[in-house]
Design a binder for this molecule. Structure first.
Ligand code: SF4
Length: 146
């Protein structure tokens, strides 16, 4: 699947330093995650680079089984990799230390969210992830792959 640089830029919290250095994420401003410098290369090329794509894919590919089989993964997806430093009950590393809270929260809001979504669909309107009315069909949250 092709993803446009604009889409990548919109979904990745890039970090741009004062000297033009661009990093994959504002939580990973380290040499390993430096994409390049916008004074030497166009920002679009850096955002669409294989390195940045791999950074995004790693969020999915490094999820422990506990997350991959989680009933609220569609909403949580393991959250930010910087917070994945504890082990699952089975001892697999890579679990988010905030897991219990996320699981409780997303289960708690599941019913009201479904009610809200059904209401929007009945009225021919959808909502984006921020809850803003879009006038478009509602988003299928189960289809989220990242
Ligand atoms: S709630 Fe916990 S197990 Fe489920 S996806 Fe999030 S971090 Fe993983």
């Amino acid at each position: 699947m092709m993803v446009s640089p604009a889409t990548l830029a919109a979904t990745a919290p890039l970090a741009l330093e004062h000297n033009g250095d661009l990093y994959s994420c504002d939580h990973f401003v380290e040499p390993k995650f430096r994409l390049g410098n916008i004074k030497q290369q166009h920002m679009v090329q850096l955002v669409a680079s294989d390195q940045q794509r791999a950074f995004g894919n790693a969020k999915r590919d490094t999820l422990p089984r506990y997350c991959r089989e989680c009933e609220v993964r569609f909403a949580c997806n393991g959250e930010c990799p910087r917070n994945r430093f504890v082990s699952t009950p089975e001892g697999e590393p890579g679990l988010n230390y905030l897991c219990a809270g996320y699981k409780a929260f997303f289960k708690h809001i599941d019913r009201p969210m479904k009610t809200s979504q059904a209401h929007s669909e009945r009225n021919g309107q959808g909502q984006d992830r921020s809850g803003t009315q879009t006038g478009q069909p509602a988003v299928d949250h189960d289809a989220r792959s990242d």
